[in-house]
Design a protein around this ligand. Structure first.
Ligand code: ATP
Ligand code: MG
Length: 219
């Protein structure tokens, strides 16, 4: 049994996230993909993040009807900042957790992994599934991890992944990249432009009803 944990701010969730997660689940054979909206994201302090409850509810609306997708409010239940390493530890400690967890990130997020809290421990706790896209090839693990750590990973052809002595791997997988970002969506809403076809209609309706992102009624 393999589960994927998909962390993000999801402010708001959009089709870029949803499509990539759907493809990744199929490619890696993930039984479940659990979206993990960040409680108080350690990396984003420069702007006000939309309250957790709204981001959680938008993910719920977006994944409704997809049996493979789930959402967890775990990161809001901890005090203070939420860190992926704590989240993964909680999942591993849960009685119903599967032995194999894949932490899912986009390439941009994974490139910054060395800035994450206790990131070396994190790499030893679970696999990483990194969604790559054309024109944004990674320069390999050596461009992301310090040399001493990168050399501990050995490429395994059968698994098509870089495996550490711990048995945990890093798997780069190409998924369809929809050039959609939450920041562009927020900006469009603020400017009164349509965000149709960027995120599910239920999410758009929620944004309108709660007047998120400075929504004031699109023209
Ligand atoms: P923002 O514009 O505010 O940074 P975002 O659209 O990048 O938001 P995040 O919540 O920051 O969304 O991203 C969560 C995860 O999803 C990250 O691992 C990120 O790399 C990945 N991701 C973001 N946008 C896409 C996309 N269009 N396709 C695939 N993965 C994406
Ligand atoms: Mg981002």
């Amino acid at each position: 049994m393999k589960w994927g944990l998909f962390g993000g701010t999801f402010d708001p969730v959009h089709f870029g996230h949803l499509r990539a997660a759907q493809e990744l689940a199929a490619i890696l054979g993930l039984e479940r993909v659990i979206f993990l909206p960040a409680g108080e994201p350690p990396h984003k302090t420069s702007r006000d993040i939309t309250p957790f409850e709204h981001r959680l509810r938008m993910v719920r609306l977006a994944i409704a009807g997809n049996d493979r997708f789930d959402v967890s409010d775990l990161e809001s239940r901890r005090r203070g900042k939420s860190y992926s390493v704590d989240t993964v530890r909680s999942f591993l400690a849960a009685p119903d957790s599967p032995p194999e967890l894949y932490f899912i990130t986009g390439q941009d997020a994974f490139d910054a992994i060395a800035t994450w809290r206790q990131w070396e421990d994190l790499l030893g706790l679970c696999h990483f599934a990194v969604m790559t896209r054309p024109g944004y090839e990674n320069g390999g693990l050596h461009s992301i991890l310090p040399a001493d750590l990168a050399t501990r990973y050995v490429y395994d052809e059968k698994q098509d992944g870089f495996i550490a002595p711990s048995g945990r791997g890093i798997f780069f997988r190409r998924t369809t990249f929809l050039d959609i970002s939450a920041s562009a969506i927020r900006e469009s809403v603020r400017a009164g432009r349509s965000i149709s076809y960027l995120t599910p209609d239920a999410v758009i309706a929620y944004i309108a009803s709660k007047r998120l992102y400075g929504f004031s009624g699109n023209p």
